[in-house]
Design a protein around this ligand. Structure first.
Ligand SMILES: [Cu+2]
Length: 235
């Protein structure tokens, strides 16, 4: 009887260990990463200084430059790298984000937000702004934000890349990328991006820039591995 009992204990122990090992393996195998950088080939034109023609006290506190092509050391900023279609994977985190208009300039220039997440639009400028989205899928937003209205809260429900402009200040322009899944990244000055926990499989990765267009690259993701993706745009 004792012998049978110890055999049973050994068996239960072995099964528990096997299950735990399996769980660890599953956790480790939860997808892979796509990472790399976006480069700009050739000499980038010097960004033009923007002409501030209105509300100078609030809007001309610092020099402002055209942000539609930002290149530093050959790397391209403000590029959205994303997977449009993906099955499964991690949940889309509806993280709240902020779009600031401080000094009559959109910050960030390209804002990425999860569909359905809160976007807080700030107006610390003591002037009137009017936020106008040129959206085709989401309902276009065309809303005045008077100087006493320091914060506006909005949501965009559907995946889309839309331009945003201010109807009061013609030089104010930016973009909002509304993500339908968690696999998106916006490049900073180093041009780098990373999409993590992507389920294993083959994907069409979209690389979007407001001026230089969209490139599509097929990338294969393997569990626990990093797929390198380096992209180049020519001016
Ligand atoms: Cu404005």
């Amino acid at each position: 009887m004792d012998r049978r009992f110890s055999l049973l204990v050994a068996l239960v122990f072995a099964m528990t260990a096997a299950l735990a090992f399996g769980a660890v393996q599953t956790a480790m195998a939860a997808g892979g990463t796509i990472s790399g950088a976006v480069a700009f080939k050739g000499d980038a034109p010097k960004p033009k200084k923007l002409k501030i023609t209105k509300d100078k006290k609030a809007c001309d506190k610092r020099p402002k430059f055209d942000s539609s092509l930002v290149v530093k050391d050959g790397k391209l900023a403000n590029v959205v790298v994303y997977i449009a279609e993906v099955k499964g994977g991690k949940a889309l985190e509806k993280k709240a984000v902020t779009l600031d208009q401080n000094g009559c300039e959109y910050q960030p220039h390209v804002l990425a937000v999860a569909a359905g997440a809160d976007v807080t639009i700030l107006n610390p400028d003591k002037v009137l702004h009017n936020i106008h989205t040129y959206s085709k899928i989401n309902k276009p937003m065309n809303r005045a934000q008077p100087k006493f209205k320091k914060k506006l809260k909005v949501k965009f429900d559907k995946p889309e890349i839309m331009e945003v402009k201010c109807d009061v200040h013609g030089w104010m322009g930016g973009w909002i990328f509304v993500a339908g899944n968690p696999y998106y990244s916006v490049t900073g000055e180093d041009g780098a991006f990373s999409l993590t926990d992507v389920p294993a499989g083959k994907y069409q990765v979209q690389i979007w820039h407001e001026k230089l267009g969209t490139q599509t690259r097929e990338v294969e993701v393997k569990d626990g591995e990093t797929a390198k993706l380096d992209v180049e745009f020519a001016g």
